[in-house]
Design a protein around this ligand. Structure first.
Ligand SMILES: [Zn+2]
Length: 143
């Protein structure tokens, strides 16, 4: 596998310091395999490791945990939020009626996007600092 490599060559390896798969320079070869490598990014010298220990990782496909899919959805919403025109945002109030994907302006939290209508009187709105559960369709008590 490493027959064509020799000390001084460029090799992709796991950097124990950067915690990333990065370009390294081979420092020492043992039994036709890289033993010591030097990270081209942080210049640290360490034992050669092709992949992070204890983790299976397919090359080219970054591992995304299934539990993060929700966050990924949030990221999409946030990017949609960034692309939207703030002047079109609907002003939040407890009496309001909001729909999924609507851009909301909240006086305290700022711009947000409705990520889901939880109940008839409850919406989850994603703000830049995270999702918040807010009420909707409430009659104002201040009458
Ligand atoms: Zn490094």
């Amino acid at each position: 596998m490493f027959e064509n490599y020799s000390a001084g060559d460029y090799i992709e390896a796991w950097c124990t310091k950067c915690r990333l798969e990065l370009g390294h320079t081979i420092v020492a070869m043992v039994d036709n395999a890289p033993r010591r490598v030097k990270c081209n990014t942080c210049n640290s010298e360490h034992n050669f490791r092709a992949k992070p220990s204890g983790k299976k990782r397919t090359k080219g496909t970054p591992s995304i945990k299934k539990t993060k899919s929700r966050n990924r959805g949030y990221r999409e919403l946030i990017s949609r939020l960034s692309d939207s025109d703030p002047s079109n945002a609907k002003k939040y109030s407890i009496e309001g009626n909001f729909e999924k994907d609507e851009i909301i302006y909240h006086p305290t939290f700022g711009l947000g996007i409705v990520s889901s209508v939880v109940q008839a009187d409850k919406v989850e709105i994603l703000f830049r600092d995270g999702p918040r559960l807010l009420v909707q369709n409430r009659q104002s008590l201040a009458v």
